[in-house]
Design a protein around this ligand. Structure first.
Ligand code: 5AD
Ligand code: FES
Length: 360
């Protein structure tokens, strides 16, 4: 897709023409990945984080937050529950918690792989290449690391580097590919300071990185964060709105640019529209849902943004809810692990030399 077409769609506000975009994305989804919706059980294993991201409620300095880290036994129980519900994958997610050591994680991955048939996806933030290699060897199949925005200056502003260590998520995505992971990334939509040009760049990067999984969701201001507190202050005509409609546009364009990728209808989208956000996402490009299987007692402590969908519902409730929603729109439940059709082991990837090195 040409750059100017991407920009034109992002700026389109005619509902008739947007209907055509939704149809194009839905047709591409059906043709390339079919009607099956793959389910991934999400376990939020720890809310400790060493980072100070200005958008996220888990930032290190948030003294209001009670921190938790699940035990290996608790994580195993969640994985077993996910398998029982017929989910093909468990997604192990946490803040950037250095209390999660390489060996601890190797043990957890090994136990899940021995005791369940699940694919294991990790989403544990920016970790060293050695750790990523060990976890891959222990049996982890996939890794999710959103680059959040390809605008290096904006990324550094909302995600300050650690002292003595420049963040470079594009380099990590390349390492993940070399290590043989199925690679997932994505962005937030409507970050204060994010322009239409930035977002078009992000979409072009999805294609160039040849991603196997792509998660996109609206930026949702968290009042306890600096970015959340100032959101909406200096909106310029170039500012991307963090709306539901903009999210659908990005979702649909993502499907058109990366037709064979696995693309979730995200919880952030469901949060903007509890009644039918998930379904509309599935009808406009998405083919994956990640129902939460975290024990209810921990859910409200994993508050990356406020009023997150499914905070009070049990894993069992969400399982039934999601199945009903998939059925109601005439789609089918995925069987098996739902590996990305885009995945080619040891494919070579490209990326910019850095996503934070250009900051002056
Ligand atoms: N609004 C929307 N998404 C957020 N994330 C973190 N904080 C927010 C927020 N305030 C997303 C980031 C991260 C993913 C786990 O959650 O994109 O990569
Ligand atoms: Fe959790 Fe519907 S998916 S309540």
């Amino acid at each position: 897709m040409q750059r100017n077409e991407i920009i034109n769609w992002l700026r389109e506000d005619d509902t008739g023409r947007l209907d055509a975009l939704w149809r194009l994305a839905d047709d591409a989804r059906r043709q390339h990945v079919g009607d099956a919706v793959h389910l991934r059980g999400l376990v939020e294993i720890s809310n400790y984080c060493r980072r100070s991201c200005t958008y996220c409620g888990l930032y290190a300095g948030n003294a209001e937050l009670t921190r938790y880290r699940m035990t290996p036994e608790e994580i195993l129980a969640c994985a077993e529950k996910a398998a029982e519900y017929g989910y093909g994958t468990v997604v192990i997610q946490s803040g950037e918690d250095m209390g999660i050591t390489a060996d601890w994680m190797v043990d957890v991955i090994g136990r899940i792989k021995r005791q369940t048939p699940l694919a294991v996806t990790l989403s544990l933030g920016e970790r060293s290449r050695d750790e990523l290699a060990l976890w891959r060897k222990a049996g982890a199949d996939r890794y999710l690391l959103r680059f959040e925005t390809s605008n290096a200056r904006l990324f550094e502003a909302i995600h300050p580097s650690l002292p003595h260590e420049r963040s470079d998520r594009f380099a990590i995505l390349r390492s993940l590919r070399e290590l043989g992971y199925e690679v997932g990334s994505g962005v937030m939509i409507g970050i204060p300071g994010q322009s239409f040009d930035d977002l078009a760049d992000d979409l072009e990067w999805f294609g160039k990185l040849d991603l196997d999984m792509i998660g996109v969701g609206p930026f949702i201001p968290h009042p306890g964060t600096s970015l959340g507190a100032s959101a909406g202050e200096q909106a310029s005509p170039e500012q991307v709105p963090n709306t539901e409609e903009m999210t659908y546009k990005v979702l649909a364009l993502t499907r058109l640019i990366c037709p064979r990728s696995n693309i979730p209808s995200t919880t952030a989208l469901a949060t903007l529209n509890l009644a039918e956000g998930r379904e509309l996402g599935l009808g406009r490009g998405a083919n994956v849902i990640m129902p939460n299987v975290t024990p209810v007692k921990y859910r409200d402590l994993y508050e990356i943004y406020p009023a997150k969908a499914c905070i009070e519902e049990t894993a069992e409730h969400c399982c039934r809810c999601i199945r009903g929603r998939i059925k109601s729109i005439g789609r089918t439940l995925g069987v098996g692990r739902g590996d990305s059709l885009n995945y080619r082991p040891a494919a070579t990837a490209v990326g910019p030399s850095t996503n934070s090195g250009e900051v002056s």
